[in-house]
Design a protein around this ligand. Structure first.
Ligand code: S3P
Length: 411
């Protein structure tokens, strides 16, 4: 396993930066592009492991993908147009989004497809998607029904379903939306609020989808079997990658940062709202819309943070940002209590436990319960410790940031 340590406490800075393209939007644009007819041009795709797993997997399914001058050219084969050999195995690596959304696209596949993943992905729950996909007519073979490796066999006789997504999981919602694409008739989803990139991309491409927004959930209707034409798309920068730099700037004295062209979709900016409540000096400038997604430059200044209560209603809009919020809360005045965050236990690692254990090692008082975490902030964190990130990139990044603002580095 790689060991990372940033050796020096960071000095004040005033910078303008860009971060890589958004992972969720990238995976969705590649998968939907594969179902279109013609050549899609996708710009600003990050070359991160999850995106490379998605590209490798699609290539195995017969989709031609090339890169020229940093633009991705993806040759769509139409709905259910995957063209592959019998007994193929797709390695989703570490990517839950790719594996779960791909299963949605495979409900009509002609030959069985086996999906495997790395150690972390193989521990994660897949029943949350196999269960609704079975109702469409797909069949699954796996050792225990809920984990990878699993093999999906599609059905020629798909039927649309009515599905209630109760977890606030965009992966579950999107997997069902994707399955609805291949299914004749109306698929109806009542979904607890979560990121809506799939819905926005469908609307942008003119794929028939209706979204009726209610206070606590959305009612989504998809009409299957529509022809999708190829498209050009520029992926906006990733708010979840930006989150580490936002927190670092807020926690560093006399500093200022502007992050350009970030996706500021309202279903993703929970962390910005909470940091502002804590006293964070953060604003969004140059707002605009690209490819149906809201974008803007995020400007952050050094801030004095105070602990706050983070209610459950924020969880979906900052689900990947709790680890870095824990770091911000560690250097804030008073206590921060995050409620209704049980889903964090089912991510690349058990993020409640790994953050709580790591912060305790760093001398910060924490208290975890099954679905909440409380952190007592203090201004001088000593550091000088080693953390096991459990191969979870968001844990590694969060503790690196803590190491950059603590007295001694964190490995
Ligand atoms: C994602 C949704 C979230 C998030 C993940 C990406 C997506 O997962 O944690 O990193 O692209 O839909 P859940 O839907 O399981 O909450």
């Amino acid at each position: 396993m790689a060991k990372l340590v940033l050796k020096k406490k960071i000095k004040d800075f005033n910078k303008v930066i860009s971060v890589d393209g958004d992972k969720s939007i990238s995976i969705r644009s590649l998968l939907i592009g594969s179902q279109s007819y013609g050549i899609c041009k996708i710009k600003n795709l990050p070359k991160s492991d999850d995106i490379l797993s998605t590209i490798d997997g699609l290539k195995k399914l017969g989709i031609k993908i090339q890169f020229k001058d940093k633009t991705c050219y993806l040759h769509g084969n139409g709905l259910n147009g995957f063209d592959y050999k019998k007994n193929i195995v797709i390695n989703a690596g570490n990517s839950g989004t790719f594996a779960r959304l791909l299963l949605g696209l495979l409900v009509k596949s002609s030959y069985p497809v086996k999906i495997i993943g790395d150690k972390s992905l193989s521990r994660r729950d897949f029943q949350r998607v196999t269960s609704p996909l079975k109702q469409f007519g797909a069949r699954f073979v796996s050792k225990n029904e809920s984990n990878l490796p699993l093999t999906i066999s599609g059905s020629e006789y798909l039927r649309p379903i009515n599905y209630f997504e109760k977890k606030g999981s965009a992966q579950c919602k999107s997997s069902v939306i994707f399955a609805g694409l291949n299914t004749p008739g109306k698929t109806i989803i009542k979904a607890k609020k979560s990121r809506d990139h799939s819905e926005l991309l469908f609307k942008y491409l003119g794929i028939p989808i209706k979204v009726n927004k209610k206070t606590n959930h959305d009612l989504i209707t998809i009409n299957g079997k529509t022809k999708i034409t190829s498209f050009n798309y520029k992926i906006p920068s990733d708010i979840s990658s930006s989150a580490f730099f936002i927190a670092l700037t807020a926690l560093t004295k006399n500093s200022k940062l502007r992050i350009k062209n970030v996706n500021v979709n309202p279903s993703r900016i929970g962390l910005i709202k909470i940091l502002k409540k804590m006293g964070g000096k953060i604003s969004i400038k140059n707002k605009g819309i690209e490819g149906n997604e809201q974008i803007g430059d995020i400007e952050v200044k050094s801030s004095k943070l105070n602990g706050v209560k983070v209610p459950k209603k924020y969880s979906a809009s900052m689900i990947d940002e709790y680890p870095i919020l824990c770091v911000a809360a560690s250097i804030a005045k008073g206590k921060t209590k995050m409620l209704g965050i049980e889903e964090l236990r089912f991510k690349e690692s058990d993020r409640i436990k790994v953050m709580s254990d790591g912060l305790k090692l760093a001398g910060i008082k924490t208290h975890e319960e099954s679905d909440s975490l409380e952190i007592e902030g203090k201004f001088n964190v000593k550091g000088g410790i080693s953390i096991n990130s459990e191969n979870d990139h968001r844990i590694a990044m969060s503790f690196l940031i803590l190491g950059m603002v603590s007295e001694e580095p964190i490995r």
